[in-house]
Design a protein around this ligand. Structure first.
Ligand code: FES
Length: 89
């Protein structure tokens, strides 16, 4: 049975997007196939989407590792997780 207490790590990089004003439902469980947003896959777990109201057009770095302390915004926590490979420049 799936551990419903710990979020699934959906990715090891932030998703950077220019977003329009509106309400967004960020996936907190990590199971959505529409990252970084909820697609309903959390049903049956203890997770719920985190709603965020964006008031003006802006660039957002969405957390995909689901470990950020500033969720839904990336705080760089993914860089401390096993398997992280820094981007090559
Ligand atoms: S699919 Fe992850 S919170 Fe809804």
């Amino acid at each position: 049975m799936e551990n419903t207490k710990k979020a699934h790590i959906a990715g090891l990089r932030a998703i950077k997007q220019e977003v329009e004003p509106g309400i967004y439902a960020w996936c907190s469980c990590g199971l959505s196939s529409s990252q970084p947003f909820c697609d309903g896959s959390h049903r049956g777990t203890d997770f719920k989407p985190l709603k965020i109201h964006i008031e003006e057009r802006k660039r957002i770095s969405w957390c995909t590792c689901k470990q950020s302390e500033k969720a839904p915004i990336c705080d760089g926590m993914h860089k401390k997780l096993p398997g992280y490979i820094p981007p090559q420049h």
